[in-house]
Design a protein around this ligand. Sequence first.
Ligand code: NAD
Length: 248
Amino acid sequence: MFELTGKTAVITGASRGIGKAIALKLAAQGANIAFCHLGDGEKAAETEQELAAKGIKAKAYECNVADFEASEQLMNEIIEEFGEVHILVNNAGIVRDTLMLSMKESDFDAVIAVNLKGTFNMTKAVYKHFMKKRRGRIINISSIVGITGNAGQSNYASAKAGVIGMTKSIAKELGSRNVTVNAIAPGFIRTDMTDGMPEKAREATLAAIPMKRAGEVEDIANTVAFLASDEASYITGEVIKVDGGLAI
Ligand code: NAD
């Protein structure tokens, strides 16, 4: 099940956290992996080695997905190196949490630039390639706060809601080309990003989860593996919450 041998997946932000788990899972299913990170060279090198140990082709690239030209150049380099791309996972993301009262313009712009524009940049970079090949999978990592909103995250929730709108729009554009475009909306997943949350906020979030535990990075990776597989070939424009019931 979820066999990906011979496919190439591009994953943004896979030096650690959810992106790394996605890379390891898709590699375990047989996919070759090209991934990028920003300023995380040591962890990226470790991830690259762990991936290669699975017997697939793996390569780490440093690239800022907020940069349109750099994203285009990255995708072209990957296509050149790997021959073709079958799966794009837009996972790179950042937070700059604070109430709007104290949110700086730069906090808003930075979060939109990476989470939303980055998704546009990388999707745009692979769009024609997928159109020509008449197949492809795009999987965008959104967040439940893009559905529910969250105090202190007006920038992040806007970006993640934007990712959902983009997912549905591109699904409509590329459906006839046999390209599926879906989003995953994780809830509270244990990573460096959530480890950085204030203790009180973390406890309050855990208490609100019907399943009474944080999610693991593998919970997201398993969902990506499904969406990337032949078994999910008739699913497009969908947003799958993986949140232990937090956003019910
Ligand atoms: P993380 O901070 O652990 O990892 C982020 C990754 O993105 C790193 O590899 C980093 O190098 C890369 N990155 C950051 N800025 C980049 C840029 N400009 N260009 C290229 N790469 C960049 O984050 P995580 O918790 O693993 O989150 C991964 C994704 O999941 C993000 O989109 C995040 O918004 C989303 N998400 C996470 C949670 C959670 O609970 N952790 C919940 C919902 C959604």
